[in-house]
Design a protein around this ligand. Sequence first.
Ligand code: SF4
Ligand code: SF4
Ligand code: SF4
Length: 283
Amino acid sequence: MKKYEKITEEIVEIAEKLLKENKVEKVIGFGIGIFTEEVTPIFISDPKDADRLVFNSKAEMSLAKYLLNYKEQKVAIVAKPCDSRAIATYLAEDLIKRENVKIIGINGCPGIEDNTACEECDIRNPVIADYTVGKKMTEEEIEAKLKDKEDKIEKMTPAERKEYFQKEFERCTRCYACREACYVCYCEQCFTEGNQPEWVGDSVKLNDNFTYHLMRAMHMAGRCVNCGACEMACPEGIDVRALAAKMCRSAEELFDYRAGIDPEQKTLLSDYDVNDTDSGFME
Ligand code: SF4
Ligand code: SF4
Ligand code: SF4
């Protein structure tokens, strides 16, 4: 618990200074809700309110997505390492201006309660930050945190996978909480909402649910930062991260590519080499 308290103290100090010195108009961070005791995103613009900021094991929301609402303002943001990867992805995708954002990165992220992605997380220090709080984790410390989990999806035969996802997606009510929570699902109009053409029907029948999840997984290829926000948001407890995580592994195995590692990196699907002799799927 001490770790979270120390991180909180340091966040408050930096946020207060940034606001007092008018370096930013707003600080986006975590705080305790007014009507509930839940951790919730908060937006601070008065230095006197900086002590409302907290960081603890329930700080699960994906704050980085709010940057898309404040593109033209100078803002600071509290960033877990997975948020920092999302910010690096936004910079690589030319969505936000680097000079408008001050990143308060959390070093040595202790993880979030019940987030299965944290058990697989090997990037525990921010990939990009202007200020850091907490203590940087060494490679050995990160290694020690990784749970030696059996990768059930990789071990399945195609038929077993189909059956597994069928059981999962049968429960999907298409509430789209997974999409809303995801850093990299930010299209103004999602393919699920278009009707010309209508890519996917409105029903919660299994085939429409499958179409939604498979198409979303395709859009995550080379973009998912494996933060677990989608799975945490799902009210039905569906293993919704599994497909996106599989796309991450494939991008790494086939193209040695990980999303959100470097804001200068080209995005996987927008990069090509005219001298590439591999015809890939065009063969
Ligand atoms: S996925 Fe990694 S960076 Fe994100 S909250 Fe979990 S441990 Fe922290
Ligand atoms: S959050 Fe869960 S129930 Fe809602 S659309 Fe996503 S997978 Fe389906
Ligand atoms: S698909 Fe899930 S794990 Fe991947 S970036 Fe989106 S919310 Fe995070």
